[in-house]
Design a protein around this ligand. Structure first.
Ligand code: NAP
Length: 293
């Protein structure tokens, strides 16, 4: 920590960054710079547009220019696996890296998405139950089998939650189950309305990891409107718009709706802790992130 005046850079300012393509929409700079200012650290967090083909050169730049740390977003999380000196067990398992950080002079890769998802889910469930911390449900329906689904499925399955995974491209879900080495009891189903209605209506936890409902597609929902019930938890990883059609319909029927901003903020805070050793204020980060949507 320094006596640095908020917002000013010094000759010793260290750089944090997010690499991705596109990256212009990212709310990570707002969220991390808010934490940096609050903590009075001599750091700055900057977005860089990096295409997948340029990632090896960009990571070499991280090494040579002494960046303190980097977040990776689409489409760089998977190719980054091969570019670090040391990969966490979790990243090796899910095949993705969202955070580069230094440990004893070695550039390490880890993914904070899985813990960001679980910790934010437990926190929201705890608030709802009024007991601070609530146990995870025994089973869950996960919609989608892309990159974020890998982190979510791994996080839930490794905590003993029985999974049903629904995806438009069924083979992709089957590959996910195989590559993550998930239990044979995991069910894979197609995204068919009748089947989804039946499975969702009996799932205590539903997680949307598809991009359906995002701001350019906000009239859509991945589920029929009539399959929710009081006490059910519906977590939508989509965070823009903050209230997706899925969340609005779930809440209307009494379910606890959790917006993807919670996971985004938690995974960011976990990255920040890896870089600086300090766990930042989730409230500060969430306010800054929400304001920049
Ligand atoms: P991804 O790897 O591209 O996967 C996209 C998923 O959505 C696939 O399962 C895909 O199905 C499905 N999908 C897309 N369009 C569809 C449609 N019209 N009908 C049915 N299924 C459709 O993307 P991702 O990285 O996992 O991201 C997915 C969403 O999660 C995005 O909205 C992203 O912003 C959000 N996200 C949020 C956080 C957070 O911290 N809150 C973190 C990561 C991602 P197919 O396999 O059939 O193509």
């Amino acid at each position: 920590m320094t006596d640095r005046i908020a917002g000013g850079l010094t000759g010793k300012t260290r750089v944090l960054a997010v690499f991705g393509a596109p990256v212009e929409h990212s709310i990570s700079p707002a969220m991390h710079n808010a934490a940096i200012l609050e903590l009075g650290m001599d750091l700055v967090y900057v977005p860089f547009r990096v295409e997948a083909a340029d990632l090896p050169a960009a990571v070499e730049g991280v090494r040579r220019m002494g960046f303190l740390g980097v977040n990776l977003t689409i489409p760089l999380k998977e190719p980054a696996v091969k570019l670090v000196d040391e990969l966490s067990e979790l990243s090796a398992r899910i095949g993705a890296v969202n955070t580069l950080y230094w440990k004893e002079g070695r550039l390490c890769g880890h993914s904070t998405d899985a813990d960001g998802f679980i910790l934010s889910l437990e926190k929201e469930m705890g608030k709802q139950s009024g007991e601070g911390k609530a146990g995870l449900p025994a089973e869950a329906l996960v919609l989608g089998a892309g990159g974020s689904s890998r982190a979510v499925c791994f996080a839930l399955a490794s905590r003993g939650v029985r999974l049903t995974i629904a995806n438009r491209t069924i083979e992709r879900a089957e590959t996910l189950v195989q590559e993550l080495g998930l239990d044979k009891g995991v069910k894979v189903i197609p995204m068919e309305e009748k089947l989804l209605r039946r499975v969702a209506a009996s799932s205590p936890l539903v997680v949307n990891t598809t991009s359906i409902g995002m701001v350019y597609d906000s009239s859509q929902s991945p589920l029929p409107s009539d399959c929710f019930y009081p006490g059910q938890i519906v977590y939508d990883l989509v965070y823009n718009p903050p209230e997706t059609r899925l969340l609005a319909e779930a809440r209307r029927q009494g379910a606890l709706g959790v917006n993807g901003l919670k996971m985004l903020v938690y995974q960011g805070a976990l990255s920040f802790e890896l870089w600086t050793g300090v766990f930042p204020s989730l409230d500060t980060m969430e306010t800054a992130a929400g304001n920049s949507l």
